[in-house]
Design a protein around this ligand. Structure first.
Ligand code: PLP
Length: 420
């Protein structure tokens, strides 16, 4: 067989095999989230490599089989109908998708615009936030995402503001995190804007956003919220957060194909974010002018409703509870190990799926990189080493719906073995 024919046929077989897996309706499954059989069924809806135990869903979350099948169908449809579809009907379909997302989030349809990821959404907010004057202060923390930190630091050059970097206390607690921001706000009365991360990519810590945003509002400080990791990992009420500017991801925990994020700007705040360079006159209050993606993967966007259906079939609160219980499964087995530091507090308000740990005294990134490799090479477990915390590095563990309780036991046993 010629190489080209071979490549075509293996790709076609792979695509066909997933396209042909019969869909089992959730309607025929006893939906008892306390029953492990139910979660075995959910797991059977994912086609995941058995080469490794993947506990690194924090990078992005893979699509379930039904969502992959829908994505293949949409890809074929978009490819077949091309510009003829996109120019005439895509924006109508886009509007329906935005309407469904707006309803889910409890916001207006004119307050949302799709992006290609959370970075794009947050970059537009941080760079576009136009209420800063030279001499004002902005604040971010060590647990924020690296590229958002850089965007914040760039405001010194770009807007002439002072940029303050604070450390989230370690070990963290609900009150200690709130206090850290209270102190920072008290010490920086010229602060006009802060960056908050709903779930830290470094530790999985869920930030008490409502309380911190409340303190900020009382001082006339705006919050830009990086919600790259929260939507889909746990349930929250967007209005209750009290934040006017939010960047979301949908390819991490919402199970949407890669290449979809979301930007929220409260309607009466849209003028406080500049339209993208030349995108529109400043009088233009259309949230869509705050993002310019260029051509996107239309099939990814069209798959959003399929991914939402899949999640709603499982039950969104059930997903949150399952993720938290997988996390508890491994943490509970290493909590008494005095050589291990769990960086994510034992407070259910502060974690869902993701939790990080380090072996006491091993704070450097290099040591954690070596530990990540040991977990992989000796135990067949894939995690990721983190850096950037004021106290150093660690290992981030992010299970997903395709993981089993045995996967979590395997990790706990490996950690206890390594530290024995
Ligand atoms: C907290 C946080 N913000 C933003 C991002 C960026 O997401 P994306 O790469 O999908 O734009 C990530 C990605 O890991 C993240 O963890």
């Amino acid at each position: 067989m010629k190489r080209r024919d071979f490549l075509i046929s293996t790709a076609a077989v792979a695509a066909l095999s997933i396209a042909n897996i019969p869909i089992v309706s959730f309607a025929n499954v006893a939906r008892d989230p306390h029953d492990e059989d139910f979660w075995n069924f959910v797991r059977s809806q994912y086609d995941v490599t058995s080469d490794v135990t993947n506990l690194e869903a924090g990078y992005w979350g893979i699509m379930s089989i039904p969502v992959t099948q829908a994505y293949l169908k949409h890809t074929h449809f978009v490819n077949q109908n091309s510009s003829y579809y996109v120019r005439r009907n895509y924006w109508n379909d886009y509007g329906k998708i935005i309407a469904r997302l707006a309803k889910k989030l409890g916001v207006g349809e004119d307050e949302l615009v799709l992006t290609r990821n959370a970075s794009e959404a947050m970059s537009s907010l941080i760079n576009g936030y136009n209420k800063l004057e030279p001499g004002d202060t902005v604040i971010y923390a060590d647990q924020d995402y690296g590229s958002m930190q850089s965007e914040m630091r760039y405001l010194k050059q770009y807007r002439g503001v002072d940029v303050i970097d604070i450390a989230i206390p370690e070990p963290a607690s609900y009150e200690a995190v709130i206090d850290a921001y209270r102190v920072a706000l008290d010490q920086n009365p010229k602060c006009k804007m802060i960056l908050l991360t709903h779930v830290s990519n470094r530790t999985g810590i869920i930030t008490p956003v409502r309380e911190i945003a409340g303190m900020c509002r009382a001082r006339g400080v705006d919050v830009l919220l990086d919600a790259a990791h929260s939507w889909g990992q746990f349930e929250f009420d967007l209005q209750d957060l009290g934040v006017d500017f939010i960047g979301f991801n949908m390819h991490k925990w919402m199970g949407v194909p890669l290449g979809v994020g979301l930007l929220y700007i409260r309607k009466n705040r849209v003028f406080d974010i500049d339209p993208l360079r030349g995108e529109a006159g400043p009088e233009n209050d259309d949230v869509r002018t705050r993002i310019h993606t260029g051509t996107v993967n239309f099939a990814s966007v069209l798959t959003i409703p399929d991914a939402l259906d899949f999640r709603e079939n499982i039950g969104q609160k059930n997903i949150e509870n399952r993720l938290r219980s997988l996390r508890n499964q491994w943490v509970s087995q290493v909590l008494d190990n005095d050589k291990v530091e769990i960086l994510t507090p034992e407070d259910e308000r502060m974690y869902a799926a993701i939790t990080s740990f380090r072996i006491k005294g091993k704070n450097s990134y290099e040591e954690n990189f070596a530990l990540m490799n040991l977990l992989h090479d000796k135990y067949g477990i894939f995690t990721v080493a983190i850096s950037g915390l004021a106290k150093g590095g660690g290992i981030r563990v992010s299970p997903s719906l395709y993981n089993t309780r045995e996967d979590m036991d395997k990790l706990a046993a490996a950690i206890n073995d390594i530290t024995a």
